[in-house]
Write a protein that binds this ligand. Structure first.
Ligand code: PGA
Length: 245
């Protein structure tokens, strides 16, 4: 199964989200080979879930805290995003790691908590340009993937998102995607055993309708986590269409 995920980040107001969903649904025909998912900001989770679920599109929160509840002003619990309609949660996005100081330890706790609440964790991993230039890409990926072994087998999607490719218009080249995805597949299989072969591994970083087809042709690429291009319903429809074909 392929997966196409729209990561809206800190974009969209209620009216914009509703226009997006109307336009998207008009052009969308579900197909069994592709799972479509939208990750709106928290304030829009319920509305987007209500608008999209009829056509089998799942809603994913962009973050969730590992604590059950309590004095964490400004945070939101996994149970709360689930209650608001989320089916899954993005964990360890590079913007969380680099702008908000999320460590692998925190990411690991979130992964465990998400599963405990029945949410599908979408774990993001990826190296910075400095990591890549100093030959540390695989060391960094291995380090970030330790949480997978620690959590053990269970529901999981992984997104390989090189930090330097996110929002830059500079998509990783096919050989880079190929070797990173093969590495992640191997690590997940070592952690999970045979069920590791079924974990979808998505690519993220400057995916557009113009380059998605060739990315999907790379071995072990099951789809994409899309930021910028997912804000335009026409482009997102095109991306879904490419995955379906
Ligand atoms: P981008 O973002 O498609 O705008 O590069 C991807 C992401 O951050 O998930």
């Amino acid at each position: 199964m392929r997966c196409v995920v729209a990561n809206w980040k800190m974009n969209m107001l209620q009216g914009e989200a509703s226009t997006f969903c109307d336009t998207f649904l008009e052009g969308y025909t579900p197909k069994d080979n592709v799972q479509v998912a939208v990750a709106p900001p928290f304030t829009l989770l319920t509305a987007v879930h209500d608008m999209l679920r009829e056509k089998g599109i799942i809603t994913i929160a962009q973050n969730g805290h590992y604590a059950k509840r309590g004095a964490f002003t400004g945070e939101i619990a996994m149970a709360q995003v689930k209650d608001a309609g989320a089916n899954g949660v993005i964990i360890g996005h590079s913007e969380r790691r680099h702008l908000f100081g999320e460590t692998d330890e925190v990411v690991g706790k979130k992964l465990v908590k998400a599963r405990a609440k029945g949410l599908l964790p979408v774990l993001c991993v990826g190296e910075t340009l400095q990591d890549r230039d100093s030959g540390n890409t695989f060391m960094v990926l291995r380090q970030q993937l330790q949480v997978v072994a620690q959590a053990g087998p269970g529901p999981l999607w992984v997104a390989y998102e090189p930090v330097w490719a996110i929002g830059t218009g500079r998509r990783a080249d096919l050989a880079q995607i190929q070797e990173a995805h093969a590495f992640i597949r191997e690590e997940v299989q070592v952690a999970f055993g045979v069920p590791g072969t079924n974990v979808p591994i998505l690519y993220g970083g400057s995916v557009t309708p113009d380059n998605f087809g060739e990315v999907l042709g790379v071995q072990h690429v099951a789809g994409a986590l899309v930021g910028g291009a997912s804000l335009d319903p026409a482009k997102f429809l095109q991306l879904v269409g490419i995955a379906q074909s």
